[in-house]
Design a protein around this ligand. Sequence first.
Ligand SMILES: Nc1nc2c(ncn2[C@@H]2O[C@H](COP(=O)(O)OP(=O)(O)OP(=O)(O)O)[C@@H](O)[C@H]2O)c(=O)[nH]1
Ligand SMILES: [Mg+2]
Length: 426
Amino acid sequence: MDLDSTIIAISSAHGYANRVLVRMSGPSAFSGIKKLGALPQCGSIISCSIDVGKNKLPVLLGAFAKNASYTGDELIEIQCVGNPLLARRLVSLCVEATGGREATAGEFTARAFFSGRISLAQAEGVSATISASNNAELSGAALLREGVLSKLTEPITEKLTRTLALVEAGIDFTDEEDVEAISLTKLNTELNEASVTLSSIIDRAIPMSSLRHLPKVVLAGKPNAGKSTLFNYLVGKQRVVVNEESGTTRDAIEEQVVFGSTNALLVDIAGLDVCDNEVSNATQITAQNAIDHADLVLWCVGPEDREPETNTQTIVVKTKADLRVHKTNAVCGTTGAGIEHLRKEVAVFLQNNCSVGLGATALLPRHEKLLEVALGFVTDAKSNSHTAELCAACIRESLQALGKITGHVSPDDVLEHVFSSFCVGK
Ligand SMILES: Nc1nc2c(ncn2[C@@H]2O[C@H](COP(=O)(O)OP(=O)(O)OP(=O)(O)O)[C@@H](O)[C@H]2O)c(=O)[nH]1
Ligand SMILES: [Mg+2]
């Protein structure tokens, strides 16, 4: 990978926008911007203008010193009006002024990794943050970016490195019978501890892909209970038909709604009823299916309805508060009374049951595989603990796998795979 050129790219989303961000990083970033406009003091932002053909383009310039920038190199950020033609022209001018080249996908983050500013798992956290589509994914990606995975695996790496050194010392001193670098009992204890820690990381982790699935909150209840009215209120628009006639809703209708800090899919279904024809039979199957796959059921009970039996995944919602004598804890889908309280209740449920817990780490498939490989070799090392050479080889393999997570041991193809998942400019 070429780490010496100055690289330039549009780092904001492509197309027309309010502002656009062009970044350049490398040894001639500062001299290049001096030629084009002015070099701001490091850590500050100035406004000036850059000649782009016949026009003077007003820009905001920011400069970040080597070792204090994202990439670990001289870094310049240029903000201008979000016209894609101007942005392209600006990139060409920067390439010319620095003698650099346009960056490839993920190259800015790759430089951050190679300059030692972030680990490979953290770089993957950056990529996961960019592609996150809901709050759960953002939290999972944030944990990766903060280096949680590296912090979890470091103590195991240290333990295995120490153990390996002692096992290898034992091999070296094999003819000196009175020298024992590590006893068999101690070796087994160390390997057991490493194995328990690795297993617990694997058990407590969640696949990053599972966070893409939004929790489903289903509005269920008898026909006419006021489900669709409540659905429209929570969604913030007249999304579904509401009518005084029972059996108005037939299909399951989904919309994204944010409860507190959790994105969820709110689902409106048909009222649960006895079937008297084929259509109502199909309608009831769809409704029951939605309930079966719900993370949370909001069971709507109208003033005339009987309260259902509940479980831990159900919240009973007393609807049509305005038509009730006892209005406590009831909601009204037409005026919104009591709905803020319901929103909070749902937010707490989702936070406690459907979010990345504080102890949970979201893993990419590459991490899961490497942790399993590392654990497998620790298990092999345990079963070969009486044969020093074999045991040492297994510990070495386990360390290799752990090293690939953080990037301490990373063959070129792993790096290429990780950084190619980025977009240009990141
Ligand atoms: N007064 C009053 N009327 C309501 C309230 N919520 C719903 N309604 C009325 O109750 C009737 C049924 O409301 P819907 O929201 O369609 O009920 P639903 O549970 O979706 O009914 P189905 O789709 O048939 O199962 C409509 O006439 C609504 O205007 C409320 O809070 N107060
Ligand atoms: Mg309805």
